[in-house]
Design a protein around this ligand. Structure first.
Ligand code: AGP
Length: 611
């Protein structure tokens, strides 16, 4: 949520900052701004709207500055207008900061500063911090000390970068709860809220830990705690390349990422499936193998799409390992005084690894003594670092705000986990082998689904793009896919959509069905197939329009449906991995048809790092 970029080195800063902001824009896109030293003071430009708006305003400028900071915002405190955009400055206008997170005690700090005669021009908590740092700088005459002192009095979360006109060779970055990664080049440093802004300049990076800061000059970078205790930075190599964060000929990141799924699914399984043995190798769980063997219950905690993946995981693990599983919204788990036993394992699922609610749930579970694992995409993210062990999904950067490839990669890892836990318990090598072998065939089936359903879903989207509501129904392991299909539809097309277990329809939602209601029914041939057919009959009797996701060659379901989207045969347990893809495409084409900004849906941002 919100993107930060900072630069110090030998290149012209302005184009690099704007480029970084474009890369980070998926994290927030309601306003953007930059600050660079210029003519003995600071040049600051900021405005509501996208980075393109800001760039258009600056395009004629050729500022010589070789350091600066930039920000792209997702508003929390104060509406998205020019004066609330970052960077914010102190009272002298000579210190500027960009900030992600929330300063929770901003009201108290502001009241004190107002008493001391300071004024404010924005409605933001960040400006309070900027003015506070400026006031301390006036007192101490030492910028680093001023930043450290301010941060030690601040409550809440921050990832920030500070720049001062008095110090044209100094950037100060700090973190508590909001990620900061620093790219190390040849005589240059790039500070960012995520590595996508860095990878085209250097692959060598390090992450700040909570309550750690970096004091960066062109000659070097020192890291320390905000209590001034030196720390040592651990350099890492970024694993992805530039291609992964560009659209590569696709009109939107979301479509590109939908099409990456055969590859990303394969990557999630790579080296982990032991086909001959009918088993699975998950290196990241080796250190907790004994706890997993002894576990009497798993509790998944997650938000949004990751929560839907957890629901599928629940079916799979209960089925294959006969281990009880609970799935909790992270935002509920953290506040519900959860009952945890010593042999419970809590597993957080998160694409970004930064979702505030999920991170808080991880901390809550750890506090209560549970073993806490992570299923995460972003390497080095907060959840990856704070969990006891875990499994990366290796989906590569996901830029589209609507999560697609991360979902199917989470499913890949959850099925691997189900097999792993199953083999520790009662699952026979023969049964595990059958599933593992089919899992290995999924990438080519995903490709087939993409090849055969894209045009079909585009045509259906054209017919229903005017709809006010959509209903999604599925049963068993495909019920979470109904939820996920509905979430995709509402978040990018703004059509109201609800997902239900198909049999629940008669307990209320059936009242909504008439000839204007498109109902997406996921009805693969599995043990609940006949039951779902009966639900389709009920919809048909009320003249609802049925868009059915069916197993290829299924004539009975096709006869009841208004539109049919076939998916290839697979093991019933694995159908969610295939059935979700046409639903992603349906949401995508509907949003395009309605002229929505698919990659930047209104009011959303890629990772929700605030409560
Ligand atoms: C998915 O399309 C959403 N944008 C959103 O629900 C997302 O899945 C949720 O915020 C959780 O994010 P995470 O996986 O990064 O924790």
């Amino acid at each position: 949520m919100c993107g930060i970029v900072g630069y110090i080195g030998h290149r012209r800063a302005l184009p690099l900052l704007l480029n970084g902001l474009r890369r980070l824009e998926y994290r927030g896109y309601d306003s953007a701004g930059i600050a660079v030293p210029h003519g003995g003071g600071l040049f600051i430009a900021k405005r509501a709207g996208t980075v393109a708006h800001l760039a258009a305003m600056l395009e004629h400028l050729n500022l010589p500055a070789t350091m600066g900071i930039g920000h792209t915002r997702w508003a929390t405190h104060g509406e998205p207008i020019d004066r609330n955009a970052h960077p914010h400055t102190d009272a002298t206008g000579r210190i500027a900061i960009v900030h992600n997170g929330i300063i929770e005690n901003h009201a108290i700090l502001k009241a004190k500063l107002l008493e001391d005669g300071y004024g404010f021009v924005s409605d933001t908590d960040t400006e309070v911090l900027a003015v506070f740092i400026g006031a301390l700088y006036q007192q101490y005459g030492d910028l680093e000390l001023a930043v450290r002192t301010a941060l030690s009095e601040v409550e809440g979360t921050f990832g920030l970068v500070v720049l001062s006109a008095d110090h044209p060779d100094l950037l100060i970055a700090a973190r508590r709860g909001s990620p900061i990664v620093i790219g190390v080049g040849d005589g240059e440093y790039i500070v960012a809220s995520d590595a996508t802004a860095i990878v085209e300049y250097t692959r060598s990076v390090f992450y700040l830990s909570d309550d750690e800061m970096a004091v960066i000059t062109r000659a070097g970078c020192q890291t320390k705690t905000i209590e001034d205790i030196p720390t040592s930075a651990q350099l890492l190599e970024l694993e992805f390349d530039l291609e992964r964060i560009e659209k590569g000929g696709f009109p939107h990141f979301m479509l590109k990422e939908i099409y990456e799924q055969p590859t990303t699914f394969r990557d999630a399984c790579r080296g982990r499936l032991l086909l001959q043995e009918g088993n699975v190798k998950l290196g990241g769980l080796r250190s907790v193998e004994e706890q997993l063997r002894q576990a009497r219950r798993l509790i998944f905690t997650a938000c949004g799409t990751s929560w839907h993946a957890a629901l599928v995981g629940e079916y799979w693990i209960e089925q294959l390992a006969r281990l009880p599983v609970e799935v909790e919204y992270a935002s509920e788990f953290r506040y519900r005084n959860p009952v945890l036993y010593p042999d419970d394992i809590v597993i957080a699922i998160s694409q970004s690894g930064e979702t505030a609610d999920t991170l808080a749930a991880v901390r809550e579970a750890k506090l209560r003594g549970a073993t806490v694992l992570g299923i995460v995409n972003v390497v080095g993210s907060s959840i990856a670092r704070e969990t006891d062990a875990g499994v990366y999904i290796h989906a590569g950067p996901e830029i589209g705000v609507a999560s697609t490839k991360a979902f199917t990669s989470q499913l890949a890892v959850l099925m691997l986990l189900a097999l792993y836990l199953g083999r520790m318990r009662h699952l026979s090598p023969t049964d595990a082998r059958e599933i593992a072998q089919e899992l290995a065939r999924i990438p080519e089936k995903l490709q087939y689904v993409l090849d055969t359903t894209a045009e079909l879903t585009r045509e259906i989207a054209h017919l229903y793009a005017h709809a006010q509501n959509f209903l999604y129904l599925g049963r068993g392991v495909n019920f979470p896919i109904a939820l996920e299909g509905a979430l995709k539809m509402k978040e990018i097309s703004y059509i109201h959509a609800e997902g239900y277990p198909a049999a629940e329809m008669k307990h209320g939602p059936i009242a909504l069905i008439d000839e204007n209601m498109p109902v997406v029914v996921i009805v693969p041939r599995d043990e609940l197939y006949e039951k779902v057919l009966s639900n389709m009959e009920e919809i048909r009797a009320r003249r609802g329009k049925i868009i059915a996701i069916v197993t290829e060659g299924d004539v009975a379901a096709a006869r009841l449906a208004t539109h049919v989207i076939p998916i290839p045969e697979t093991l019933p347990l694995l159908t969610p991995i295939l059935s979700v893809v046409p639903l992603q495409l349906l949401a995508y084409y509907t949003a395009v048809e309605r002229g929505c900004n698919v990659d930047m849906p209104r009011n959303l941002a890629k990772s929700v790092t605030v409560e």
